[in-house]
Structures are given as C-alpha cells and as structure tokens.
Design a protein around this ligand. Sequence first.
Ligand code: PLP
Length: 268
Amino acid sequence: MTATPRTALTIAGSDSGGGAGIQADLRTFFACGVHGMTAITAVTVQNSLGVQGFTEIDTETVVAQIKAVAGDMGVDAAKTGMLATAEIIGAVAKTLDDVHIGRDTNVPFVVDPVAASMHGNALLREDALEAIRTELFPRATLVTPNLDEVRLLTGIEVTGPDSQRAAADALLAFGPQWVLVKGGHLYSDPECVDLLSDGTHVVELTGRRHDTPHTHGGGDTMASAITAGLAKGLGVPDAVETGKRFIERSVIESYPLGAGVGPVSPFW
Ligand code: PLP
C-alpha cells in the first residue's frame, strides 16, 4: 500500500479524440503525481479536424458528481474547463460554495474559461459568457484565459505588453484573486510571454516558442498542471511557473495524429 496522494478535481467536457478536455486533465494530473477526479459537464464529438457537436450533461448529474467526490474523497484543488451552458455554470458555482471550494476557502480553484476550440467551434452557449464573469470569476483563485478568451470576456485585443497588462486589470475587476493572461497566441512575438497578476504582484513568465501545428489540448494541460501544483500545496506563482514548464515540454513533445491538429504530449 502507498500513501494517499493529493487529489485534484476537474469539472469539464470529454474529448472523444483524447487530446483535450477531461482526457488531457486526467493524464496531466497523473503525470504530476496527483489523483484525478472528474465531474463531466458535456460529451463532445471531435477528432483532429474539429468538434462536430456536443451534448451537455444534465445539471443534477454534474452537481452530484462534485458532491460525491468532495464528500468522500476530499478535494485538494479543483479546476473548470468546458462548462457548456449558463445553467451548468450557475449550478457549479453554488455547489462549490456548498462543498467549500474556491478563493475564500482553503481549496484553490482554477477557472480556465473555455469558450471555443482552436478550430473555432463553440464549446459554450452564447449566453454563458456573462455567467463565467459573474458566477465563476469571483470564486476563482486563478483564471487562465488565452487571448481569444480575453477578447470575448473584456473586449480587449492584446497586441503587446501594455494591452496584456490592461487585460489583466480588467479581468481582476471581475473578482478572481489572480489572473494569468497567456500570451501564447500572440504569434508576432518570438517568445511566449504570460502575465500573472493579483493587482499587487505582477510576474512575467517567458518561454521559448516552439513551432508546431500540434497544440490541441494545450490550454487544458497547462491549467491542469497548475491545479496539480496547487493540490500539492504550492502557492499560485510557483504553481504557475511549474505549469508553464510542463506545457512548454508538452508542446515540444507534441505529435501528429489524424489528418488535422495533433495533441500536446504526455509522453516525456
Ligand atoms: N474539447 C474540449 C472538451 C475542451 O475542453 C477543449 C479546450 O478546453 C477543447 C476541445 C479545445 O481544445 P483546443 O483548443 O486545444 O483544440
């Protein structure tokens, strides 16, 4: 018998292609040495060419999954990915309060505000953006938007360091404790510069850009690696630094699969 590992819960959607969503989260938790648990919110039909559609899980079942694991196994950190609808978002927010997960508890909570796939397929119903801002952000220890999500959430088009800083401040105004504005989609920049801020501490994390088309699941993988770090007791800046190194390596090791975009890799 081994000692019980730390636990991390992902509340997110399934990717039938195995590259993103719940599947990416679980393998990242495994690679980071924490026990992964899941509350599935939606089942997507997708492959390397894109998302063909999705069916959301009924709200009661989403809530019951969270309560079942929190009440018995315990959660050391949690994250959300694809949440699909405003109804699911509202129910998840209330349930997190009930089970004492979130920024004002001692269980850190990471919100990856997933809105669309890299192919541009919607993963969130249109009315749900407002629910992410008002229901989830105030409960978040950390939010991790990419630049497309920043534009949808704040209207700010990030083109360089000044607008990245402005975007961080605009996102902090919605109430999360920390925000990580990921710069990986700023292709004009030869480096990938992410900005982490809580309004007082501002940290720039710089990484080398690796030229590959195969980045499916990158955002989920980074948010999960950060969540695993938080589950192991790291503070937010250290967990984010660990997550940044994890995703850099996963992108370097990414592989082709199918005729379209392959996944970042868990094999290293
Ligand atoms: N499918 C699911 C279930 C996801 O959660 C995500 C991203 O969070 C994606 C697809 C999109 O991944 P990508 O933008 O890396 O293709």
